[in-house]
Design a protein around this ligand. Structure first.
Ligand SMILES: [Zn+2]
Length: 296
């Protein structure tokens, strides 16, 4: 029986991040309306989902979960996940003012249905094989601890061994504070694995989505042979306030956006979400050699 006290249309409190899920990551009903954080338009959850979670009015790209991103990019049923059983052991027995890290891991797993903040595997795009790693911002801000670093490294090593392109889709606030120095070491570990991939002559495409900051931007995210970003994504190392305090000067309003870093030569292109799969397919095809046969 329908609860008459509930309105037929509800506006989600999502902070604009995950319009098809509430703060606990649960799926929301189709009649739920979401306010676009950019243009303030009220959008129906189902219409937004149909549009790959891009606002039809202003083009604002809402964040995607890792499963949604994999579905968007890969050929149907082509994804074979691996290293999915890795779990953080909370090596520092870290307790913050807000609670124990061990408890946080349990609640994040329940909330997202993921074991940690990255999903890795192999699959195909338009029939072309690749290794794919996708970060999920819902899981402790997509932060990189030992498990995220290990899973990324295993994916890169798999790409190196099988000589298939590596694609990493970033969505992360940086290193995981709860794992201290062990978390920072993942920057070196993933970068070293990528150096071996480069030595083997295998393509690495880095896709930056909202947000890609701090230790992620200072390691694997900016090491791509080709670096693409989604429109409007927050990208940078430190936030504008920290930079202003250090440099003692005002920064442009659009600093730390995909558009700003493109203008300053730090990335190769901005790709709308609806074109991302096709753009990746073009790069994979060129790398496979089949794209170079024109006129040969
Ligand atoms: Zn909008």
């Amino acid at each position: 029986m329908r609860d008459e006290s509930q309105p037929a249309l509800t506006v989600a409190q999502t902070n604009g991040a995950h319009p098809a899920a509430d703060a606990l990551g649960r799926a929301l009903p189709d009649n739920l309306a979401v306010k676009c954080p950019n243009c303030r338009e009220l959008l129906l959850g189902k219409d937004l989902a149909k549009n790959n979670k891009v606002c039809p009015k202003c083009g604002h790209h809402f964040r995607l979960s890792a499963p949604e991103r994999i579905e968007l990019l890969l050929d149907p049923d082509s994804f074979n996940e691996f290293a999915s059983d890795l779990r953080s052991t909370d090596p520092l027995s870290f307790v913050a003012r807000s609670g124990a890290y061990a408890d946080k891991l349990v609640s994040e797993r329940e909330k997202t249905g993921l074991e940690d903040a990255v999903v890795v595997g192999v699959g195909t795009i338009e029939g072309l094989p690749l290794a794919l790693a996708v970060m999920d911002f819902r899981f402790i801000g997509g932060s990189m601890g030992s498990v995220v670093g290990e899973k990324l490294t295993r994916a890169i090593e798999r790409a190196t061994e099988e000589r298939i392109p590596m694609v990493i889709v970033s969505a992360s606030g940086g290193a995981r504070q709860q794992e201290g120095t062990l978390s920072l070491m993942q920057m070196a570990k993933t970068s070293a694995a990528l150096a071996r991939l480069a030595d083997a002559g295998v393509l690495y495409v880095s896709v930056l989505t909202d947000p890609t900051t701090a230790g992620i931007s200072a390691s694997f995210a900016f090491l791509g042979d080709v670096i693409l970003a989604e429109p409007g994504a927050l990208i940078g190392f430190a936030g504008p306030r920290v930079i202003e305090q250090m440099m003692h000067q005002r920064l442009p309003k659009d600093v730390n956006t995909a558009e700003f870093v493109l203008k300053h030569g730090m990335i190769d292109g901005i790709t709308h979400r609806r074109e991302l799969r096709a753009a990746l397919a073009r790069l994979l095809r060129l790398h496979s050699g089949s794209g170079a046969q024109v006129g040969a």
